[in-house]
Design a protein around this ligand. Sequence first.
Ligand code: 0X9
Ligand code: ZN
Ligand code: ZN
Length: 305
Amino acid sequence: SHSYTKYNTWDQIQSWISSISSANSNLMSRQVIGNTHEGRPMNVLKIGKKTGSTKPAIWMDCGIHSREWISTAFCQWFVREAVSTYGTDSQMTSLLDQMDIYVLPVFNIDGYDYTWKTNRMWRKTRARNIGSTCYGADPNRNFDAGWCTLGASSNPCSDTYCGSKPESEIEVKNVADFIRRNKSIIKAYITIHSYSQLLLFPYSYTYDLAADHAELLRVAKGATNALTSLYGTQYTPGPGAATIYPAAGGSDDWAYDLGVKYSYTFELRDTGRYGFLLPESQIKPTCEETMLAVKYIAAYVQKTL
Ligand code: 0X9
Ligand code: ZN
Ligand code: ZN
């Protein structure tokens, strides 16, 4: 059965999505933004006090890369913290009174299922590639942001295959369509990956600094300081290209260029001792410290409204 301190299968996550949304219908609703290549429904949870009018919103997704299990664990943790601290935690209460948070608990569901059943290290989608026996494209190289110009491969067998065209992957198209449709209300884009303990922001498709570089860095520093304050976990904030590596086609750069100013990619624990195989004993501390950083960003965004 589902547990917040264990890694959960897609089936467990799917039934968790149903139960948590029906148990918290005052604060939450869900909607399917489309199906994956293999036909699984991509459920987005909308969390926020119902006010009867359209609220500004924050988007957060987990599990773009299927082997990054701590990422999917964080989205579940976040949703529970949000609904269980609404009404007692003053920041969460004010946040959910004023804003809605859209959470996509698992972006790359087909890949995630594959990591449980066949290959724990699978990163990409599970779509067929015409003219190749290799499967899948890297969803974080498939967004329309300097697509396939840098740090991405045009070889379908590569783990960083950019796909046959921007948004060739249905999961990417579904998310991009949703964000485009709601572009006027979405004030922040947050995407959760692992590992390396970084808080990245645009750009990754170029070394050029974003127009909002100074502000993005200042907020990232505040967020990582908040994170570190809990257990001393060290994080490095910075623009993607210079801080991790140049790589085009990522969701953060795409959202930023669309006009979502506060666009951040988290790379959660650890720095390589366990890597993608982060032990379940680290789920709770990782999620608790990451909550502080996400709440810091959310509070900042709320202040700018
Ligand atoms: O390479 C990636 O997609 C991310 N690192 S990971 O180890 N989780 O694969 C970093 C993404 C940074 N942002 C962009 N490249 N746009
Ligand atoms: Zn990743
Ligand atoms: Zn907690």
